[in-house]
Design a binder for this molecule. Structure first.
Ligand SMILES: [Zn+2]
Ligand SMILES: [Zn+2]
Length: 287
């Protein structure tokens, strides 16, 4: 048989900040990091949150496994980059990481910003001292190829320059929209957001707030669970992964939400689930 669809692994699903306590350990407390493995090609990572530490990890603490692949970074907020200096593969000369991230409005290069964030006294060494090769690529509303994988990047509403991504390989499509400001009144989508979501096999979408929380935090850059459901329905997505869970959202609350929304989604013609750290699934657009 060999490989067919896209293998998706959720390494970190939590929004805003890492958390760990008895009430969040089942869904997990690592921040945004998802890997996608197209058949016979190098992996693609969405975001570099604390979940990155578990990608390519070896059981043997002294073993360092090289990594050659790409990261599609949505934006530079802490929770999306904090895993980078703890990615053990960076200690290895054979590692080559190509990071695609949004072009900044103030003209600063991505390399310049990362070198200023990962350096003493904030971190013991500078990013430039890691043995790995890290290349940065500045993108915006673009369409490009990584090997045989088609990538569509579009600016989406959040706070600061932020991209959503759609990748297509092996007749399967995954859309990653981790941080997405829903309109303060009414539901609508920007053209770019609609383009990357339309008809996707798996939509990984910001679902940080309940409607009551959104009332208080309506301009914090995020979406409600209901908006994520509406985006999936209105763009005919086949499966919705609730993602970027609020750090205050307990496992029990997520269980209740996932159960309730699964029934709603079924009536609307798609599937929904709450993503959890360590969850693995296969996405295949072929029916
Ligand atoms: Zn975030
Ligand atoms: Zn953010």
């Amino acid at each position: 048989m060999g490989e067919s669809g896209l293998k998706v692994v959720f390494h970190g699903v939590r929004g805003s900040t890492a958390c760990h306590d008895p009430h969040t350990h089942r869904y997990g407390g690592n921040t945004s990091c998802v890997s996608v493995k197209p058949p016979n090609e190098a992996p693609i990572i969405f975001d570099l949150g604390t979940g990155l530490r578990y990608l390519n990890a070896s059981q043997n603490e002294t073993e360092i496994v090289p990594f050659v692949g790409t990261c599609l970074l949505t934006h530079l907020h802490w929770d999306h980059i904090q895993g980078l200096p703890f990615f053990k593969s960076l200690l290895c000369e054979e590692t080559v990481l190509e990071i695609y991230a949004p072009r900044q409005e103030d003209g600063r290069s991505l390399r310049e910003i990362f070198l200023k964030k990962i350096c003493p006294p904030i971190f013991p060494i500078s990013l430039s001292e890691f043995k790995a090769t890290i290349n940065f690529h500045e993108v915006g509303d673009d369409d490009f190829m990584i090997g045989n994988t088609k990538v569509t990047s579009r600016f989406v509403p959040h706070t600061g320059p932020t991209l959503g991504y759609r990748i297509t390989a092996a007749n399967s499509t995954v859309t990653y929209l981790s941080d997405h400001q829903q309109p303060v009144t009414g539901f609508s989508l920007t053209t770019g957001a609609r383009q990357i979501c339309q008809g996707t096999d798996l939509l990984i979408h910001d679902s940080q707030y309940t409607p009551a929380e959104f009332e208080i935090k309506s301009d914090w850059g995020h979406s409600t669970l209901e908006f994520a459901m509406w985006v999936a329905e209105t763009t005919s997505a086949k499966r919705l992964a609730l993602f970027h869970h609020d750090p205050s959202r307990t496992d029990d609350a997520l269980d209740v939400i996932a159960r309730r929304l699964a029934g709603v989604a079924k009536n609307r013609g798609f599937e929904v689930f709450a993503a959890a750290d360590g969850m693995t699934l296969e996405v295949s657009g072929v029916v």
